[in-house]
Design a protein around this ligand. Structure first.
Ligand code: COA
Length: 144
């Protein structure tokens, strides 16, 4: 598995993974806009021609926010998510980030497990945050 920075040209493949991984996927246009923004940061995990997973985030001064992270269902629990998160956090730290933030559905045990394994803790529970009524958890991790 290789990791590399995503560029706006990667928007179509990221959108394909979005469709495979999320009930409300971002379009290629949305992904491209995220990757074109000066604060946008993206990473891809690849094996040969296969894109295994991706992470999209933003870096604003000293705060990194994880917007999306996903690995293809058939490659889960193989270390793809961990590799992406570690690389993105490390790169953000190198760019001056001191803390990382994200929000996650309260029922998303896989993502919460991944984030907790990287030192993220819940800072706030937002009741009924999502359109279907589910709570969101705000999580925060320090980047020492
Ligand atoms: C969350 C997600 C990205 C994890 O990706 P992954 O490639 O399977 O993650 P990894 O194999 O690197 O797992 C790393 C750690 O995360 C945790 N984890 C991953 N899947 C888990 C699960 N189903 N249950 C509990 N913990 C889990 C574990 O701590 C795991 O370490 P371990 O395998 O040594 O126990 C993946 O499940 C996914 O794409 N989900 C759909 C999209 C999504 O919900 N994204 C997050 C919200 S934006």
């Amino acid at each position: 598995m290789e990791l590399r920075r995503a560029t706006p040209a990667d928007a179509p493949v990221v959108a394909t993974l979005e469709a495979a991984c999320f009930a409300e996927p971002w379009s290629a246009a949305s992904v491209r806009a995220e990757l074109m923004a000066p604060v946008g940061r993206g990473w891809l995990a690849e094996s040969g021609d296969i894109t295994l997973g991706y992470l999209l985030g933003t870096l604003v001064v000293d705060e990194f926010t994880v917007a999306r992270i996903a690995s293809l269902p058939q490659y889960r629990r193989c270390g793809v998510g961990r590799a992406l998160l570690q690389r993105a956090l490390s790169a953000a730290r190198d760019e001056g980030a001191t803390a990382a933030f994200l929000e996650v559905r309260a029922s998303n045990a896989a993502a919460i497990g991944l984030y907790a394994a990287h030192g993220f803790t819940v800072s706030r529970r937002r009741k009924g945050y999502y359109a279907d009524g589910e709570d969101a958890l705000d999580m925060r991790g320090d980047l020492p």
